[in-house]
Write a protein that binds this ligand. Structure first.
Ligand SMILES: *Cc1c(COP(=O)(O)O)cnc(C)c1O
Length: 455
């Protein structure tokens, strides 16, 4: 090493490995201080950021922190880690692909992992969905879906079809076109006025999943489609379960009725199954609750079992050939890391693993346990609603949850749960066993019932 302070610093840091705990603790504080000063985390400020925990490993449903504590994961790393962490089959799939190549460009080239994943996806989806666009994140998959819809109408010479219609309470990602169809309130559209495209918003589908169907539940969206029909390129929404926009479960009949309305007005129908795809709601895709096929479908999150960032936008033959008939037949999108082979290989392995596992029984068991164990929270005057669907359990509070206090609470109870707004919710890996799930539900109910009903 030369006389450079930077090199000495680096060497010193390497030497800290394997030191006794007291030094490791100093090192941990130093690592967290760097993180705090220099790294943005999701939706956080650099001024007085929320504290973070340092994870050093994860296995099964457990996250291991730098100080040795273990947390049962109630979030599946935001819907993704359905098989849990370090699954031997998925680890092996990544390793095997790494022996061949980590990445290669997709322009002018193709590879077996992409073909194998494409085959598997199409085998799972309804027949009209035939054409797959691989990209790197859910937000980009939604951008691509919107681009497909707009390009489709340009291809048909209907240049006036440029608007999107969606429902309130949705979440579709953080890039600008995706943001435009997020809920205007939780999506902070007031902050972005003049910058984010102004789309059409129907009321949140108010008829709950499992409730008796109310025919007037379609009135608002039907009115918007009637008034604005010829300018609408597509209706974009999350089928059955709205995720980060409000964790709301609505009646599948809404989708069947919406399909009819779209067919009548010509608008394309885009389903965002980035959160719901791959079993989370009890069916492989949420669209199966309604028996409805969209024109374009987005998947992401659990696609790779939570291993790598990958998403896909799948279009019907009608949409794909409609784009191809236009004056610009090329779909104008092409990410650098499109169809990354490592991600495609692990995604194909994850789908095979799901297919070979008794996931329906697992999700049904989780659903029963969530229902039984979260329901008591309803007794608390602080709780507005408790709802469960598939492997998703939600306790909606009457007032916003203090995120810092909640994080301290959950970590102290050996759990990892991250509420947002008024929502405390669980969506654990499908492999979670009863005692671990009980640890999660106990911690949620304890938080929800603190104060007024805590006695
Ligand atoms: C998470 C999510 C997205 C965005 O995906 P990213 O990978 O975070 O870009 C879009 N739609 C839905 C329904 C999601 O849950």
């Amino acid at each position: 090493m030369g006389g450079h302070g930077g090199d000495r610093g680096l060497a010193a840091r390497f030497l800290t490995r394997g030191r006794p705990l007291s030094c490791a603790a100093v090192d941990l504080a130093e690592r967290l201080a760097f993180d705090r000063a220099h790294l943005w985390h999701p939706y956080t400020a650099l001024v007085d950021p929320q504290p973070v925990e340092l994870v050093v490993a994860a296995q099964g449903v457990r996250l291991r922190l730098a100080d040795g504590r273990e947390l049962v994961d109630g979030m599946s790393s935001w819907w993704a880690a359905i098989h849990g962490y370090r699954h031997p089959v998925l680890d092996a799939a990544v390793r095997a692909q790494l022996e061949r190549m980590a990445h290669v460009m997709f322009g002018g080239l193709t590879h077996e992992p992409a073909i194998a994943l494409g085959e598997r996806l199409l085998a799972l989806l309804p027949p009209p969905l035939r054409h797959v666009f691989f990209c790197d994140s859910g937000s980009v998959a939604v951008e691509v879906a919107i681009k497909m819809a707009l390009q489709y109408w340009r291809g048909q010479g209907e240049m006036q079809r440029t608007r999107l219609l969606t429902v309130r309470g949705g979440y579709h990602g953080d890039t600008f076109a995706a943001m435009s169809v997020c809920d205007p309130d939780t999506g902070m559209h007031s902050l972005w006025r003049g910058v984010v495209a102004e789309q059409l918003f129907a009321e949140r589908p108010r008829c709950r999943f499992g409730a008796v169907w109310e025919p007037d539940a379609m009135d608002d969206v039907a009115r918007l489609l009637e008034v604005h029909g010829p300018t609408i390129a597509a209706v974009v929404l999350e089928p059955v379960v709205q995720g980060a926009g409000g964790m709301w479960f609505y009646h599948p009949r809404y989708l069947a009725e919406l399909r009819r309305l779209c067919d009548a007005s010509g608008a394309l129908l885009v389903f965002d199954e980035i959160a719901t795809g791959f079993g989370r709601t009890g069916t492989l895709f949420a669209l199966e609750h309604a028996g409805v096929t969209p024109d374009v479908l987005c998947v992401g999150k659990a696609l790779t079992g939570g291993y790598l960032s990958l998403a896909a936008t799948v279009a019907s033959t009608q949409v794909a050939s409609g784009i191809a008939r236009g004056a610009h037949p090329q779909l104008m999108h092409g990410p650098t890391f499109m169809a990354n082979p490592l991600a495609c290989a692990v995604a194909a392995a994850s789908i095979d693993l799901l297919a070979a596992s008794p996931w329906q029984a697992g999700v049904a068991r989780i659903e029963r346990q969530l229902r039984a164990e979260l329901e008591p929270a309803r007794r608390s005057p602080a709780v507005a609603d408790v709802r469960v669907l598939g492997a998703i359990g939600v306790v909606e509070m009457r007032t916003p949850v203090d995120l810092r206090a909640a994080q301290r609470h959950f970590v102290a109870r050996g759990t990892w749960v991250r509420p947002f707004g008024r929502l405390v919710y669980l969506m654990p890996p499908f492999i979670i066993e009863e005692p671990d799930l009980r640890r999660l539900t106990d911690a949620v109910v304890e938080l929800a019932c603190r104060g007024p009903c805590g006695a």
